[in-house]
Design a protein around this ligand. Structure first.
Ligand code: AMP
Ligand code: GLY
Length: 428
């Protein structure tokens, strides 16, 4: 099977790595990819958001499957263009991707499908905004309705800050979604869908804030781990039955079937499970941990979703090991991202037992030196029999890498690893 991957980041590198390990995948291509993906796939220059160009490339290559990684090309209709060219594509149509592209649309679908989520107020004027903030009270949750790369949400006790964020969205011509604050830990569960059937992957937890202890601004994600030793035993079943399947059924009923990854961002609140957000794609960096844990070859699963026969595939097989991903970010991220700093030590990091390195914002300069080219630069993934061992592998590998001015969180999966150790002690 010949596969073309669309996208530039560490999530796409993780997908490429899993496909590279799948014996059924004979040729891997990526547009535009990155230097890490280039070690295992043929890279093609081009605009990942240009559906006609991606479809033409897939046709020229004779691709058997196209996998679209990020949200922007999905919302722009890249999957539609490829599907129209007669090539199986993993990723939803532009209409179905509105589950991520508009938070107000997602809320409407959840209401119709009776999916539990935070009660929303959609605001298009300053008066709506003031009324909604007064109605819900602190902590305030203020969201940009549209795509904002994980940075469109402000959660704050400060009314002025909440108002300022809402006003900035209005000033930019956007729509605001104000909603009820959800307490409790967050979980990401990715469900592979083909328009009708839903196959859940294993849950993971993402760390969205920039610094240790959840300090700093929201980012695209600074680290992730799986499994979640603290999660309820029936979590996956609850999410499929109460969230993913009703949503997929509602989308099918409306004539806009959802195929691809339905990313369920969930809060386990004191009142029960609630959806924080839907995304229409694999999450980054959770994918780096989740796909590393999947033992079933990935190509067949993605092709079955693209072709609409997920009901035929064998149950997925998972490793019992734990996987921890730590993101190395460039100087200034997330406010800005300094580019051009040299990256050294990735080979030494790869040599650490149980570790591998995935590229995101990297490039090679004219002298062939690997340099930073974005905010999130590398994902370092560690594997171990426990979360503590997986953390050790990831952080040992990260310590071998040098990127001037870079930063990373030192507490990814720390609490879960401590809880896991306490639980083992209690059983002993
Ligand atoms: P979103 O882009 O909707 O995922 O929001 C980004 C982050 O903001 C989430 O991962 C949460 O940490 C936080 N957040 C979003 N909505 C809520 C909410 N209703 N209550 C509490 N925190 C939220
Ligand atoms: N990990 C958060 C996201 O992919 O949106």
């Amino acid at each position: 099977m010949k596969v073309l991957i669309v996208g530039p980041g560490a999530r796409e590198h993780a997908i490429a790595r899993s496909l590279h390990l799948d014996p059924a995948v004979t040729e891997l291509h990526a547009v535009p990819g990155n230097p890490g993906i280039g070690q295992i796939a043929t890279l093609h220059a081009g605009d990942a958001n240009d559906g006609a160009a991606v479809a033409a490339l897939a046709t020229d290559l004779g691709a058997d499957l196209v996998v679209v990684g990020p949200e922007a090309p999905l919302v722009a209709g890249v999957a539609d263009a490829v599907r129209d060219a007669g090539i199986p594509v993993f990723g939803p149509s532009a209409e179905a991707a509105m589950l991520e592209g508009s938070k107000a649309f997602a809320k409407e679908i959840m209401a119709a499908a009776k999916v539990p989520t935070a009660e929303p107020r959609v605001c298009t004027t300053r008066d709506h905004l003031d009324a909604a903030l007064a109605e819900f009270g602190a902590p305030y949750v203020v969201k940009d309705d549209g795509l904002a790369a994980g940075k469109g949400v402000v959660v704050t006790d400060n009314r002025d800050e909440a108002t300022a964020h809402g006003q900035a969205i209005l000033d930019a011509g956007g729509t605001i979604v104000i909603e009820e604050f959800l307490d409790g830990p967050e979980v990401s569960l990715f469900c592979i869908c083909d328009g009708a059937t839903v196959i859940p992957l294993q849950p993971a937890q993402d760390f969205k804030r920039a610094y240790d202890g959840d300090a700093g601004l929201n980012t695209g994600g600074m680290g992730a781990y799986t499994p979640l030793p603290w999660a309820p035993i029936d979590l996956v079943e609850q999410v499929v039955n109460n969230v993913a399947q009703p949503t997929v059924d509602e989308m099918a009923r409306r004539g806009t079937p959802f195929s691809g990854v339905l990313y369920c961002g969930l809060a386990l609140t004191s009142k029960g499970l609630r959806v924080v957000e839907f995304n229409a794609r694999f999450g980054d960096p959770e994918t780096q941990s989740v796909l590393a844990r999947l033992e079933t070859p990935l190509g067949g699963v993605l092709l079955a979703a693209a072709e609409g026969h997920l009901h035929d595939i064998d149950p997925l097989v998972w490793s019992d090991d734990a996987f921890v991903t730590v993101v190395l970010a460039s100087h200034g991220y997330p406010e800005s991202a300094r580019k051009g700093d040299p990256i050294t030590g990735t080979d030494a990091a790869e040599n650490v037992d149980g570790a591998h390195v995935l590229h995101a914002g990297t490039a090679t300069d004219s002298e062939g030196q690997l340099v930073a080219a974005g905010g999130r630069v590398l994902s370092v993934v560690g594997r171990g029999t426990t979360l503590a061992d997986a953390r050790a592998a990831a952080y040992d590998a990260l310590a071998k890498i040098d990127l001037p001015g870079s930063h990373h969180r030192s507490d990814i999966a720390l609490k879960a690893a401590e809880g896991e150790a306490n639980a083992r002690e209690a059983l002993a």
